[in-house]
Ligand binder design. Structure first.
Ligand SMILES: [Zn+2]
Ligand SMILES: [Zn+2]
Length: 188
């Protein structure tokens, strides 16, 4: 069975070189749906607690929230960084506190201090699904991702290869030490 959660991401982007309105900088509220598949944990009676899926995803994905997402070859990138430099906000600001954990993958690099994500490919809904899967695939057994932004929407299904070792008390994945990160239950 699957546990399904959604989260919202507000961001600005553009498709550099695209022939259409999206060549201009604009913003969206994107909605990401994450479907996690596994056996039901008997006593908990859930595949995975949805708020915990959200927590795992949000730790990383909030890099995209209230962020600017630009492709690495977009000439807007140096122009914007120059403005951030002159404003002295490129390396952070005391009020920029809702930061995600920085990441660097072949598809995207996050700079939480200035709420910027630099991508290899244009951040279309399809592009976002590739980025998100890459970021979360080792943390959650993702069976499907759906991302919508304005009138655009895409989804991708994935095969699940491994089953999670989960805490029998709260249903979250056990850490490498066999200990539940939430309640401290330990596998004997
Ligand atoms: Zn757009
Ligand atoms: Zn637990």
């Amino acid at each position: 069975m699957r546990s399904i959660t959604t989260l919202e991401l507000q961001y600005a982007h553009r498709f550099y070189g695209f022939q259409g309105e999206a060549m201009y900088l604009h913003g969206h509220t994107g909605i990401l749906t994450i479907e996690v598949e596994d056996d039901i944990t008997p006593m908990v009676n859930m595949v995975y607690p949805c708020n915990e899926i959200k927590k795992v995803a949000w730790d990383i994905l909030r890099n995209f929230d209230h962020a600017l997402v630009l492709r690495e070859d977009d000439p807007l990138l140096p122009a914007i960084l120059d403005v951030y430099d002159r404003q002295n906000i490129r390396l952070g600001h005391p009020l920029n506190t809702m930061k995600g954990e920085a990441f660097c993958t072949p598809l995207a690099v996050a700079y939480p201090n200035c709420r910027l994500v630099v991508t290899k490919e244009s951040m279309t809904v399809e592009g976002m699904i590739k980025i998100v899967y890459d970021l979360l695939k080792d943390k959650l057994p993702i069976a499907k991702l759906t991302f919508s932004s304005g009138v655009n929407m895409a989804s991708q299904c994935y095969e699940i290869h491994k089953h999670l070792d989960k805490c029998p008390v709260c249903g979250v994945a056990l850490g490498e030490n066999g200990k539940c990160p939430k309640c401290g239950w330990k596998k004997k």
